[in-house]
Design a binder for this molecule. Structure first.
Ligand code: BGC
Length: 758
């Protein structure tokens, strides 16, 4: 009894201690923020107009290097005269990227040290430069870094743990390259499959993208961005960038504000609420207004409604383009006025000093109020302070002993394993027995590039000379697993042309099974625009030819977006979607093909069958009505959330704890999931809801919750979810969220139940 009392007192003591400790931490945070703001006030009070304009200017590294800009073969050597000029005369506040190719960590430190030396020792106000880089799926531009699956493949794990880990390791390796700011994550939704940057998204669903987005931002920034293994995240590309009507990059988006808010704003709003400190702005126009000129989106929504404390940087040359491409400003100088007045804080100029010149003139002419300039500069300085750059402009080279470590590669490998999605497995052809003779063929069979995609060592990721030699292609990983005597290899095709398809067919006749590895040429942005969503003709033809051998075909797809495979799908026995699984993708695919890992990835988007039917899972019922007035017009190649396992699962007992909920109620939903097969496996339990009747036509279903669980054979687990009335709302014509009273349906797998909202 006494012992118990002592125990209770002890526990209470700990709790009180924890509370006062948390309080103390909070107080320390507030006082350090107050100190930073005071320091910003004093800097602002002495900064000249030129210094303020410089702070808002971002240039590419190429501008201060010797030699021709964007020359992939040149060595990046800083031109000291140029460096002094841009930092001491123009007071440039930020520099970005390499412009060329991947550099060693030593080289990065050499470059950044040189920059910070001038900025923090020679300049009048000693303000550190904020260096930013595109570390899209790992430290893209640093040799020997850990390269993760691209975002879409991470989304396919349906496990935010992997997004957080990828963020955390990337942050460590980016800061371990001397760089404190990462232009990631992309929080645009992948709802337009033609878009060249589809692979950079977390898929089509705002809830899934939000969970992944929050997790990766946590991984990047942690609780304290000044720590040596954290960086500032940059949410891209605020907002609506991904849904161009034409499907081409940087082309117009037409979208009512209520749709923008209900779908595209959601992941951004959540990440901002979770402390993300920078956003990069959408390069295109929405409803005729380029977002770089949109006061409503940049100032009223982002800084007003969302209370964003960080800063908004333009995308590449986007102020110039307000004049040259969008034609909303008659001169470049007018474009500067339009953008800064709309709410842009920093311009990724990035190659000239005209922005600086015009900005100074516009301030002096009072065409941009000083209050706007001070607000922009304050936001930039705030991020620099939060990153601890004033105290420590460059991190310690020797701190990063785990850079590119085996442990980090293992996380990338596990993420690849859990994302790769089996979409077809006729007669359980998979997993393959290791003693069967296989032919590996196709452009992705023996090349790392189509597994990594763009933003790998270079911008477009096509060059092979930077590929690490210790990472395995699919061919190498399969050979490691089953031995050379069981593997034959014929290239078959390039990305878009026949190389030796006839030889592949001839060889196929002598094996037991064909593994055809189709791959899309790595590409991003305008370079990745396509005219046709179908997989390249030469690659489709390879599969058609191979089918003449009469052997089972396993199709592996490594692609930037869902290229249509309707014409070859009936010819193959199994389909494995690799997405862009990264450096460890080859190994992961071999594990799955041979059953050493039980696949559990699920599609984070709807895989279309026809280019005339690019419809997402959360479409309207009217989109299901066919020409015969039946409800089967929505028939994608594979549905959202789908993915096969080598075991099977059954669902039963979907229950809710109430049949009616009001504003303050929480609805508990439970369901029993059983592993009915012979192997242990992971399953993603997905809860969807439908508003049965609403004043804005409701979607047929919307993802509300998910949970990834592991089950042993015959094991049953009860999965429970909690939702409230506010989880069920939509954005009305007044652009406000509302949950209308009435009946709702909840769906988990093949089960459903209904309840009422008061
Ligand atoms: C891309 C951004 C990228 C920036 C800097 C732009 O062209 O759209 O996503 O962060 O370049 O490289």
């Amino acid at each position: 009894m006494i012992k118990n009392k002592i125990m209770i007192l002890f526990v209470c003591g700990i709790i009180v201690g924890m509370c006062s400790c948390a309080k103390k931490n909070e107080t320390t945070k507030i006082s350090s923020e107050a100190k930073s703001e005071a320091k910003i006030d004093s800097l602002l009070s002495v900064m000249t107009v030129e210094e303020k304009a410089g702070e808002m200017t971002q240039l590419t590294l190429d501008v201060i290097c010797q030699g021709k800009p964007f020359d992939n073969n040149k060595e990046m050597v800083i031109d000291k005269v140029k460096l002094d000029s841009i930092l001491l005369y123009y007071h440039v506040g930020s520099i970005l990227n390499t412009g060329t190719y991947t550099l060693s960590r030593e080289k990065w430190f050499e470059l950044i040290n040189q920059v910070q030396e001038v900025a923090t020792k020679k300049s009048r106000l000693k303000i550190p430069v904020l260096y930013g880089v595109d570390a899209i799926h790992g430290a893209t531009y640093t040799k020997g870094s850990t390269l993760f699956p691209q975002e879409l493949a991470v989304a396919a794990t349906w496990d935010p743990y992997f997004a957080e880990q990828a963020g955390s390791i990337t942050a460590y390796e980016v800061r371990g390259s001397g760089i404190p700011w990462n232009f990631s994550p992309v929080l645009d939704l992948g709802r337009q499959p033609l878009w060249s940057r589809f692979f950079e998204t977390f898929g089509e669903d705002p809830y899934l993208a939000t969970q992944m987005g929050n997790a990766i931002v946590k991984g990047y920034q942690g609780d304290d961005m000044s720590s040596p293994d954290k960086v500032a995240a940059c949410l891209k590309h605020y907002m609506g960038y991904s849904f161009a009507t034409s499907g081409k990059d940087r082309t117009p988006v037409l979208m009512p504000e209520r749709v923008l808010r209900e779908y595209y704003l959601v992941p951004f709003a959540n990440a901002v609420e979770n402390g993300a400190m920078t956003v990069m702005v959408n390069s295109t126009e929405i409803n005729g207004t380029p977002v770089h000129a949109d006061y409503h989106i940049l100032t009223e929504i982002l800084k007003g409604e969302l209370k964003f404390q960080g800063f908004a940087v333009t995308d590449w040359e986007d102020i110039i383009m307000l004049n040259s491409i969008h034609k909303v400003a008659p001169t470049y100088k007018d474009a500067v006025a339009v953008a800064i007045n709309a709410g842009i804080d920093m311009s990724m100029v990035p190659s000239d000093l005209k922005f600086h010149k015009y900005l100074v003139e516009l301030i002096n002419e009072k065409r941009i109020p000083m209050s706007r300039i001070d607000d922009a500069v304050r936001r930039i300085l705030r991020v620099k302070m939060k990153l601890g750059l004033f105290e420590k402009p460059v991190s310690d080279f020797n701190y990063y002993t785990k850079f590119g470590s085996k442990e980090s590669a293992d996380i990338s490998y596990r993420a690849a394993l859990e994302g790769i999605t089996v979409l077809k497995n006729e007669k359980n052809i998979l997993p393959l027995a290791k003693e069967r003779k296989v032919l590996l063929t196709g452009v992705a069979a023996n090349l790392l590039n189509p597994l990594n995609g763009a933003w790998t060592h270079t911008w477009q990721g096509v060059e092979t000379k930077y590929n690490p030699t210790d990472k395995k292609t699919i061919l190498q990983a399969v050979t490691d697993k089953v031995g050379e005597k069981n593997v034959l290899y014929v290239e078959g095709t390039d990305y878009d042309k026949d190389v030796n398809t006839a030889k592949a067919l001839a060889t196929a006749k002598g094996v037991d099974i064909i593994i055809a590895c189709l791959g899309e040429q790595p590409a991003t942005e305008k370079v990745g625009d396509i005219e046709d969503l179908e997989m390249e003709e030469a690659q489709l033809n390879l599969v058609k030819e191979l089918s003449k051998a009469g052997k089972p075909i396993v199709l592996i797809l490594a692609e930037n977006r869902p290229r249509l495979i309707r014409k070859i799908e009936p010819l193959v026995d199994a389909v494995i979607l690799a997405y862009l699984p990264g450096n460890e993708g080859g190994r992961a695919l071999a594990e799955i093909v041979y059953g050493d890992f039980n696949p559990c990835g699920k599609l984070p988007f709807t895989y279309p069958k026809y280019s005339g039917s690019l419809v997402t899972y959360d479409h309207k019922l009217s989109e299901e009505r066919d020409t015969k007035f039946q409800m089967n017009a929505f028939s994608p190649q594979y549905p959202f959330g789908f993915g096969l396992s080598y075991t099977s699962f059954s669902y039963a007992d979907l229950k809710i704890n109430k049949t009616e909920i009001g504003d303050a109620d929480t609805l508990e939903v439970t369901v029993n999931v059983t592993n009915t097969g012979a192997r242990a496996g992971k399953e993603v339990v997905q809860l969807y809801s439908r508003d049965d009747y609403a004043t804005i036509t409701p979607s047929v279903r919307r993802l509300k919750r998910f949970s990834k669980i592991e089950l042993q054979p015959s094991e049953t687990k009860k999965v429970s979810f909690k939702i409230t009335k506010s989880d069920l709302g939509f954005v009305g014509n007044d652009n406000k969220w509302i949950t209308e009273p009435g009946s709702f349906t909840l769906m988990v797998e093949n089960l459903s139940t209904t309840f009422n909202c008061k």
